[in-house]
Design a protein around this ligand. Structure first.
Ligand SMILES: C[S@@+](CC[C@H](N)C(=O)[O-])C[C@H]1O[C@@H](n2cnc3c(N)ncnc32)[C@H](O)[C@@H]1O
Length: 276
């Protein structure tokens, strides 16, 4: 992690905790975060796999890389790789900027970095210190996608425009909605915004939807109308002005379904949104 990114991560996390009046966590994180930074720095040096070094790999396809780095986008789990290839292959040899919400072990960012070999990658997570892979081309930033302030903080720190944004963080509809509203404008013209697991909240309500009364997702409904070419009528059905304001900036929306099932229901719905 770059030192300047750690300073941003530190300030951003503490600032958001103060705004939410979470004083106990604030006090704890003042001391815990420098420790986490030092241990993640030592892990990068001593333990994490340096993916910038040459390593032999039989299957260098995008799906092969996702499997190698144990990422659930591969055909072993959600089966999103074919959709990513279809929509992003044109970027393969270009110098692009990719930002992904959701790091976990960093498998996805590692696979993207290997396949899109000239790309700069930014992973964003509420815990950006926990990953298994190291590359000079991958940065790790803090953001809590449940908190608009945190998203605004991230936005004001980023000094680049993005070619691809992927939302693979909490999968909670309200978080997907505010993440989209706050960050869609960071995309360059012709950039692609991706939302994974658009409908997993229906199959796992207790895990993904803390407010069980909410049965639908404004963002998902909006995207389905646009996927069905319903650009004219969408205003009849969607009342949220902040997403409606994005319509004139959207060229198309495509929604696909991958493979993964929970409790007998497919939960692998993914949307690709192209900016005009
Ligand atoms: C499915 S994992 C990401 C996997 C990764 N994109 C990949 O494909 O290898 C989800 C990640 O979202 C993060 N997350 C969950 N809630 C979050 C929140 N409110 N803000 C930011 N990140 C969050 C978790 O810490 C976890 O690392």
């Amino acid at each position: 992690m770059l030192f300047k990114d750690f300073i941003f991560n530190y300030k951003s996390c503490l600032h958001c905790l103060l705004k939410k009046k979470e004083f106990f966590l604030f006090g704890k994180r003042i001391f815990l975060l420098p420790y986490k930074y030092i241990s993640s720095y030592l892990n990068d040096l001593l333990k994490n796999i340096n993916i910038d070094k040459q390593f032999s790999l039989e299957d260098k396809s995008f799906d092969g890389l996702l499997k190698y780095f144990d990422c659930d986008k591969s055909s072993f789990v959600h089966g999103y790789s074919k959709f990513y290839l279809q929509e992003l292959e044109k970027f393969k040899k270009l110098e692009i900027n990719i930002l992904e919400f959701g790091i976990h072990f960093g498998g996805s960012q590692a696979a993207f970095s290997k396949y899109f070999s000239k790309a700069n990658i930014i992973g964003v997570d509420k815990n950006p210190y926990f990953k298994k892979f190291y590359s000079k081309k991958i940065r790790s930033l803090y953001c809590d996608v449940s908190d608009r302030n945190s998203l605004k903080f991230l936005k004001s720190y980023l000094d680049i425009k993005l070619d691809v944004i992927i939302d693979d963080a909490s999968h909670i509809p309200d978080h997907q909605l505010i993440t989209f509203i706050e960050t869609f404008d960071l995309l360059k013209s012709k950039g692609i915004y991706v939302v994974e697991e658009l409908d997993v909240f229906k199959s796992l309500p207790e895990g993904y939807n803390p407010n069980l009364e909410i049965e639908s997702s404004d963002l998902r409904n909006f995207l389905h109308h646009l996927n069905n070419q319903n650009f004219q009528n969408v205003k009849k059905y969607i009342k949220n002005h902040e997403i409606l304001d994005k319509i004139n900036k959207i060229e198309w929306v495509k929604i696909f379904r991958g493979n993964y099932e929970i409790n007998g229901k497919n939960v692998s719905e993914i949307a690709f949104i192209k900016k005009i």
